[in-house]
Design a protein around this ligand. Structure first.
Ligand code: SF4
Length: 233
């Protein structure tokens, strides 16, 4: 039986796990409703999918020596309990494992983390209750996000934090605030990501996002805060 429900696969990616050639598994299901989500079709964990896990494992078997890693993305991979078995299948083939998460479920994240080699952790807003509620469509619990981030930091695993700069929900002051919080927690690697327009957004928000990610003063500040900082456009 398939351990997980998969909404999509990207067979080759060089941007989802630093310095690795990876396959990306887009897992079905996400409890959040971020207004800038580009994977809305992945939100419903019960949606029809036709990707079979063992066929992906067959594919991985043919890519030994070509691929370095498999990244579990979403959706929110922590939704599905079968994630751990899926990771073990991948590890048995000696691929590294990456995980993209917003950290919504710390109790499960604390079980998963030992099997993971690298984590891309989304910081969607300043770590404050009201702000997180807004950027997650009213459902995100910032206390859980903070708990997950602490688990990640204490795990000693390699990770990055990143923020998508949707100017409808974030301004420059928010980005300074996020940086100060993350620096205070000891985060070493941080990225600003340009927002890409979603269909429901009728304003010129994509263009405005550039004014956030291309702000020289902010970028200098972030470079000083973190050992590694960069902008992704
Ligand atoms: S956490 Fe990711 S997948 Fe879930 S709604 Fe937000 S952007 Fe979409």
């Amino acid at each position: 039986m398939s351990p997980i429900r998969i909404g999509g696969i990207e067979k080759f990616s060089i941007v989802d796990f630093p310095n690795k050639m990876a396959s990306v598994v887009f897992m079905q299901g996400c409890p959040w409703k971020c207004p800038f989500c580009h994977n809305v079709q992945l939100q419903d964990v019960n949606a029809e999918t036709n990707i079979v896990w063992h066929k992906f494992i067959d594919f991985l078997n043919t890519r030994k020596g070509i691929l370095d890693a498999v990244v579990f993305s979403g959706g929110e991979p922590l939704v599905q309990k079968g994630l751990i078995d899926a990771i073990k299948d991948v590890k048995a083939l000696r691929f590294e494992v990456g995980l993209h998460t917003g950290g919504y479920r710390p109790e499960f994240f604390s079980e998963v983390i030992e099997f993971v080699d690298w984590v891309g952790f989304d910081i969607k807003a300043p770590l404050e209750e009201d702000r997180y509620k807004i950027v997650t469509g009213g459902v995100g619990d910032v206390e859980k996000v903070k708990e997950s981030l602490n688990i990640l930091i204490e795990s000693g695993k390699s990770f990055e934090c990143r923020t998508t700069c949707d100017p409808r929900f974030l301004d420059i002051e928010d980005l300074y605030k996020i940086a100060d919080t993350l620096k205070g927690l000891g985060v070493k690697e941080y990225y600003l990501q340009k927002y890409r327009k979603v269909e429901s957004d009728v304003n010129a928000s994509e263009e405005k996002s550039l004014s956030l990610v291309e702000n020289d003063e902010l970028n200098q500040y972030l470079s000083d805060c973190f050992e590694v900082f960069d902008v992704r456009k």
